[in-house]
Design a protein. Structure first.
Length: 359
């Protein structure tokens, strides 16, 4: 069974260099009490939201919503393309590169500004980037698919750098007139955060940290989505033709699927020479502020090895892994530090990850 499972997991054989990472978060940090005041929750709904936030261990997040209407817009500077462009600029600055140095731009998001043209086209406009680009409409494992593409593009030793950016602005996918008593929407309100994270990659011949192995797999065949959003765009949330602008959760299915997905990622990492137990750091998908405690118990490892920042920025979906990696790298880790990334996505039960090593 294990061998068959691994045979269906796609692995990139190419090592790539990490030239820079960066992130962009909208506005000031918003604690849970402030958030509930903005949303106007009262009574049982407010109590439920407070309890959920405590259970998830999420104390604060950044939100781009202006809170002016029941179906709202993002305030200027906090739109999906603006945040994504800001994250790419931050990563380019660390890399010491200009946008003109990029050879390819890859974006991934589940909350684009609009369905068409692609969000990444709008990001390119804001960056002044004239080169090729592509977008993946994917949430929490978009980073892994983007890395598969980038690894292929960077196989040539003289390839130009590739930028990957994940971005989410899901705060506007809440109808304030119908949220009262809706447990799924209340969970989404307190759990999620807006933001963007980016990485600049170069061929293995470049200087810098290394991504030594990466993988992507799916376990969702013939399984219903654990999370879905049927319509909408984050810059036009109130358009009457778009239908209900909400995320739909199957909480029981997500709870069952989580350990399976993280276990699949750990098996893929071990198969490529880095057991989770051997890593100095583990970055799990930032589903909650307590995911580190839960996975530490699951894998029988010290809690201190798990890097989690969801307690401070919430679950930022597509952006979560890149935001976490950027934050961890800011600690100036010692040469030879090995980090295993374990991404998981409940939409159709996908997993992905990579091994990062400092130089």
């Amino acid at each position: 069974m294990k061998a068959d499972f691994l045979s269906r997991t796609w692995t990139s054989p190419n090592e790539v260099a990490v030239l820079g990472t960066g992130s962009a978060l909208p506005g000031a940090s918003v604690n849970t009490e402030e958030l509930l005041c903005y949303a106007g929750l009262t009574g049982r709904s407010r109590t439920l939201a407070i309890n959920v936030a405590e259970r998830l261990g999420i104390k604060a997040r950044h939100v781009g919503r202006s809170w002016n209407a029941r179906t709202d817009r993002l305030y200027p500077g906090a739109t999906n393309p603006e945040l994504a462009a800001g994250a790419v600029r931050a990563a380019l600055e660390e890399a010491g590169l200009r946008v003109q140095d990029l050879g390819y731009l890859i974006g991934h998001t589940a909350t684009p500004a609009q369905p068409l043209p692609a969000n990444i086209v709008l990001v390119a406009d804001r960056l002044g980037y004239e080169g090729p680009h592509v977008e993946l409409r994917q949430a929490c494992t978009g980073f892994a698919n983007a890395l598969m593409i980038a690894s292929g593009l960077l196989a040539h030793p003289n390839a130009r750098p590739v930028a990957i950016v994940g971005s989410e602005t899901g705060s506007v996918f809440l109808d304030l007139d119908t949220i009262e008593g809706q447990s799924g929407q209340i969970v989404n309100l307190v759990q999620m955060g807006d933001g963007a994270g980016a990485i600049i990659l170069g061929p293995a011949s470049s200087q810098g940290d290394r991504i030594r192995a990466s993988w992507y797999g799916a376990l969702g065949l013939d399984r219903g989505p654990g999370l879905q959003m049927r319509c909408g765009g984050s810059d036009r949330p109130g358009a009457a033709t778009l239908g209900p602008l909400t995320f739909e959760h199957d909480f029981a299915a997500v709870l069952r699927g989580g350990p399976e997905l993280f276990g699949a990622g750990a098996a893929a990492s071990a198969a490529h020479g880095c057991a989770v137990s051997d890593a100095h750091w583990i970055i799990p998908h930032q589903a909650s502020g307590k995911v580190g405690e839960q996975l530490a118990a699951h894998f029988g490892l010290p809690r201190e090895r798990f890097f989690v920042n969801a307690d401070r920025v919430g679950n930022t979906g597509s952006a979560a892994i890149w935001i976490a990696l950027a934050a961890l790298r800011m600690r100036r880790l010692a040469a030879g530090t090995r980090t295993v990334v374990l991404g998981a996505e409940a939409t159709k039960y996908m997993f992905g990850g990579f091994v990062h090593e400092t130089r």
